[in-house]
Design a protein around this ligand. Sequence first.
Ligand code: PDD
Length: 304
Amino acid sequence: MTARVFLNGQWLPAEQARVSVMDRGFLFGDGVYEVIPVYSRQPFRLEQHLVRLQHSLDGIQLANPHRLQEWVAYVTQLAGEAEWEDQSIYIQVTRGPMAVRNHAFPREIRPTVVMLAEQMSPPPASQREQGIGAVSAADIRWLRCDLKTTSLLANCLLRQLAVSAGCVETVLFRDGFLTEGSASSIFVVKHGVLLAPIKNHLMLPGITYDVVLELAAQHGLPHEVRDITEAETRDADELWMCSSTKEVLPIVTLDGRAVGSGVGACPPAKRNPGQTESGTPGPGFAKMHAWYQEFKATVMRAPS
Ligand code: PDD
């Protein structure tokens, strides 16, 4: 369920918000977006999300239709009005409508701006406690995965691979290296060290990824940001996925095989769909989950 939506400067009931079928976002996926988590009506890391939005807009050569302060005001208004305390705010900016279908940009650009809030709930306890299953796939996306574009067909196909296998996420490899998940950042833990892939054009610079690395640094968890091979990922002691809406979750099976040394065993009756072998969340995840929850309670819910 959504509250009122913002469309090109107007606040409208969702069912009255209409966009042209000639919109380039609809016909070409020519647009960018952001998903901003809101805790107790406080948008979390709003400025960082808006900086990433600017990076995405620059990457597709689309002028930002609003100044930073205008975005802050709109998001704050939406977060204050929506009926839920915890929300995810979705922002989308497309290159707008065109008179005739033409790949080249129109001479006159009237971007379409949409903003809406949805209720946000933490992932179910079963996913945190028993962990989730993941599958892996070749990263078939383009070479600008650092841009948060609305052209998400490859991500959708990749996520569906996981869902069809009864799993939650698809872990992506490109040329033998870990990139990220279909809609999340992925971390590896090996011998007590947290490993994170280097942010580059092949992955989205995740805001939650930054939080996880900050918490690791703050609590003295050894960590390295470097290229991670597929072999290292498959041989991980622990695998985690994270995103603004899913927080941090432990991946306990990859392609049906238990992640790590199978510390403890997950009995068949307690396994989530897709968990074909035993596998349980590791000790690193338990710590990170606790730190994340503490951070959420103290920092994310506090007015900035
Ligand atoms: N997606 N990588 C990809 C491809 C993503 O789509 C996302 C998040 C992330 C994590 O980024 P962040 O921590 O900033 O949410 C990484 C959002 C939630 C979505 O598309 O709905």
